[in-house]
Design a protein around this ligand. Structure first.
Ligand code: SF4
Length: 221
């Protein structure tokens, strides 16, 4: 899912994708959504093309569900907007139950960024349709399998908290400093623009100047 469907004229709405970026790295989120920086990598290009395929808005019937792709989403309560890759509207004895499905190229990860992104879609659907959305799934391309996600209280809390942190960061318009962490930075499409190793090596020049003056036999004060 991408955030392009966020109403860019509405400053109260932020793209759902920003939540995923923020949990991966707050600086990445700010570089993309505050500074409007973007770098295409082979992986992001592959992801963009895959999403373009599932984002074309259409609806069709499959077994006991109506399947919508490219559905615009919005939550005024959370200040979020985006587009759902796929929403299955399943027919059950209790009525129509929405079941969002997010497509990802990779595989399940240790962090919860993908689940938070999906849960944000569920919260939007609940607000838009007025029905509970208890489960969804992430389809991971590398393993070609669906990973089911339950929208429990802990995941809902994390999603609401992340939405509020992202809104505060975007409102402040501040980009957090770079901090190199191998496991995330080496997979980040913004690595060359962010330069975390170079930026976090910057030291205050005061001690260096004081040493220089001492070596010259002067009093630094
Ligand atoms: S390179 Fe690292 S610190 Fe910089 S935006 Fe990416 S993940 Fe964050």
């Amino acid at each position: 899912m991408t955030g392009e469907a966020a109403d860019e004229d509405d400053p109260d709405l932020v793209p759902i994708s920003a939540l995923q970026h923020h949990l991966f790295c707050p600086r990445q989120c700010a570089l993309i959504h505050v500074e409007r920086t973007w770098a295409e990598s082979a992986l992001t290009a592959e992801g963009r093309l895959a999403h373009a395929a599932v984002h074309a808005p259409k609806a069709e019937r499959r077994q006991n569900a109506r399947v919508s792709t490219g559905m615009p989403l919005c939550s005024r309560a959370l200040g979020l907007a985006g587009v759902a890759d796929v929403v299955e509207l399943r027919t059950t004895p209790a009525g129509l139950v929405p079941f969002p499905v997010e497509h990802k190229l990779g595989r399940p990860k240790e962090h919860r960024a993908d689940e938070v992104q999906l849960c944000a879609q569920a919260l939007c659907l609940e607000e838009m349709l007025g029905v509970p959305v208890r489960r969804g799934a992430i389809f991971y391309g590398r393993i070609r399998r669906r990973h089911e996600v339950a929208f429990d209280a802990a995941l809902r809390d994390l999603t609401r908290r992340t939405a509020s942190e992202v809104r505060a960061m975007l409102a402040a318009g501040r980009t957090p400093p770079a901090e190199y962490r191998k496991e995330r930075c080496d997979t980040c499409s913004l690595l060359d623009l962010c330069r975390p190793k170079a930026l976090q090596c910057r030291r205050p020049v005061g001690p260096w100047l004081a040493r220089l003056v001492e070596d010259d036999g002067c009093d630094a004060t």
